[in-house]
Design a binder for this molecule. Structure first.
Ligand code: NAP
Length: 289
């Protein structure tokens, strides 16, 4: 079994990004500048934004964190987005989700300039990706394609089963896997909560991408021998033996599935670190354009 080590790969990619930043700066250009808008104090969001800011420092990017109170109005937030759209020193920015309920997240995401939308959530970028045109691919799907590419996983002609159809993971992943690219050309089945006989479907898969957010959902009896398994799930489960009182669990029952499959991503240390590094790759691309 091959462990698809996202942490190790992310570290390698960060070194490559750092070299590109050094080359930009040596050519008299500014270092890439990523901004993040965070509204409120959601624990998960604080952690994720913290990882992104730290990753920026590691590769020599500039970063700006705009942290607002959870009671700000939608109008205020839209104006902050407008300011970032118009600020020439910012190459790309993200609006960390979830937003408070009184703010229309779709409206905010649509107000981001697609040329600075390094999360790849704007319909212009989603549409371009769907058409196979150059665009910002959203970070988690981009990270997964990098894992497949760097570990030399053959996807062409393979049957890929994606579990989950969310706009940020399952749906874009299914589009990328079926697209005409080095890590595409697969025959793709998309499963969701209404799928019947899911285990029968997953047992036919050469590649399974589990993105449903149900800890240890995918068990060994749902996987055929020699499949490649990508575990996107990250759910915090209570664990009194850890300092934090919780730990991250993936959507795959790692101990038993890893005995059966050809390659697998761990949780943590698989898709998660690659998501952060993909955001850096998109920001570098924005700065180079
Ligand atoms: P989401 O928006 O909640 O979507 C979950 C999807 O799974 C939905 O399409 C849902 O179907 C489907 N689903 C739920 N239960 C199912 C079942 N029993 N059988 C088949 N399909 C089922 O979640 P998400 O944002 O895509 O995230 C999925 C997981 O990935 C979460 O654990 C999240 O924390 C994690 N994640 C990790 C990263 C990372 O960087 N590692 C990034 C993003 C997300 P319906 O559409 O029918 O409801």
């Amino acid at each position: 079994m091959l462990l698809l080590d996202g942490k190790k790969l992310a570290d390698e990619l960060k070194l490559e990004i750092k070299q590109s930043v050094d080359a930009l700066v040596a050519a008299g250009k500014p270092a890439p500048h990523l901004a993040a808008i965070l509204v409120g104090n959601d624990g998960g969001s604080l952690t994720y934004v913290g990882h992104k800011v730290k990753a920026c420092e590691q590769v020599g990017f500039q970063s700006t964190l705009l942290h607002f109170d959870e009671n700000i109005t939608e109008e205020f937030l839209l104006n902050e987005v407008k300011k970032l759209n118009e600020n020439p020193s910012i190459h790309g920015f993200i609006v960390q989700l979830p937003l408070p309920k009184h703010i229309d997240a779709d409206k905010v995401l649509m107000s981001v300039d697609p040329a600075k939308d390094v999360d790849g959530f704007h319909p212009v970028n989603v549409g371009k990706v769907t058409l196979g045109l150059p665009a910002f691919v959203s970070a988690t799907p981009l990270g997964i394609t990098k894992i497949l590419e760097r570990y030399g996983i053959e996807t062409s002609g393979k049957h890929c089963v994606v579990i989950g159809r969310s706009n940020i993971v399952g749906r874009p992943m299914s589009i990328l896997m079926s697209g005409q690219s080095k890590t595409g050309n697969a025959t793709v089945t998309v499963c969701h909560s209404r799928t019947k006989n899911l285990a029968e479907v997953t047992r036919q898969a050469d590649i399974i991408i589990a993105a449903l957010g149900k800890p240890e959902f995918l068990t060994a009896d749902m996987v055929k021998d020699g499949a490649v398994v990508i575990d996107v799930g990250t759910t915090r489960v209570t664990d009194p033996t850890t300092k934090a009182g919780w730990r991250l669990k993936g959507d795959v029952k790692f101990d038993e599935v890893s005995q059966k499959c050809a390659a697998i991503t761990p949780v943590p240390g698989g898709v998660g670190p690659m998501t952060v590094v993909s955001l850096l790759l998109n920001t570098l691309q924005a700065a180079q354009e």
